[in-house]
Structures are given as C-alpha cells and as structure tokens.
Design a protein around this ligand. Structure first.
Ligand code: RTP
Ligand code: MG
Length: 143
C-alpha cells in the first residue's frame, strides 16, 4: 500500500518508556499499524529543547515536574510518516491519563499512575500539523 499524502508526526518514547524497555513495543505498534519510520534517535534532551517543545504548557502547575521528568533519562525520538498519522498515532497512544486510557492503547495497556507529580504516560505524539512541523524542526533540525 502507498500513501497518497505523506503527513509526518513527532513521536517520543518518554524516559519512563525507555527505562521500562518499551521502546521496541512502541515502535512495533507503529509499524504494525502500517506507518513508516523516517528518523530515529535515542538522546537525552536538554532544557532549551524542552522549553521549545513544551512552550504551550509553560506556567502550568505540571510544567516544571514535566521538564524534570523529561530530563531524567534518554528519550527515543522518532519521525513517523503516513496519511493521517497525527491522529492515528494519538489514537494508538490513548488519552493522557494512563490510568483511564482505553485498553488496547499504548498508555492503556502499558501505563499507570505512579502517584508522581506528573503523568508519566510513556509516549508523546504531535497534536496538529503545525505542532508536528515545529516539533520535528526542534528534534531533527537536519531533516
Ligand atoms: P503529549 O503532548 O505528551 O503527547 O500528551 P497529551 O497531548 O496527551 O497531553 P498534553 O496536555 O499536551 O500534556 C503534555 C504532557 O504533560 C504531562 N501532563 N501531566 N496534570 C498532570 O499531571 C499532567 N498534565 C499533563 C503528560 O506527560 C502529558 O503527556
Ligand atoms: Mg500534547
């Protein structure tokens, strides 16, 4: 099968997912769904990158704990391609709170609340074409 348009999204396996050895499981689900991996990098973020990535959340109560969590270990960053991949990956990921995310989703099957200050919910996916373009530019400036 070939896509008629090549939408892209930025996916992150967050530090909790990498620590729990779930990177392969996340990539497996993306590939099994039929999406294509375009770029992949395991790296530890820095504050500047995260300030850009999470600019929309600055000032919210969970912002600082979120940044500290995202700095706590390596992240697997991926650019994923396919028709309607932005909404498709967010559907694979499930809703933000892993306790109530639907079974069958990444967060619903593999995540839970650990009673911490921030939702450690395994993955990130861009939420719009504008966010995707901005986030891909931040994480993969040479793409
Ligand atoms: P993401 O951006 O990571 O794909 O997740 P999302 O769209 O479902 O959630 P968003 O509202 O964009 O929030 C970004 C991330 O911040 C953490 N968060 N914690 N009340 C809380 O404890 C809280 N609210 C948000 C989560 O890690 C969320 O994914
Ligand atoms: Mg979001």
């Amino acid at each position: 099968m070939t896509d008629t348009t090549a939408q892209r999204t930025l996916v992150l396996v967050k530090p909790d997912g990498v620590r729990r050895n779930l990177s392969g499981e996340v990539l497996r689900r993306i590939e099994a769904k039929g999406y294509t991996l375009v770029a992949l990098e395991l790296r530890t973020a820095d504050r500047e990158l995260l300030a850009g990535h999470y600019a929309e959340h600055e000032g919210k109560p969970f912002y600082e704990p979120l940044v500290e969590f995202m700095l706590s270990g390596p992240v697997l960053a991926a650019v994923v391609e396919g028709h309607r991949v932005i909404e498709g990956f967010r559907s694979l990921a499930g809703t933000t709170d892993p306790t109530t995310a639907a079974p069958g989703t990444i967060r619903g099957d593999l995540g839970r609340d650990w009673g911490l200050k921030v939702q450690q919910n395994l993955v990130h996916g861009s939420d719009s074409p504008e966010s995707a373009a901005r986030e891909i530019g931040l994480w993969f400036p040479n793409l």
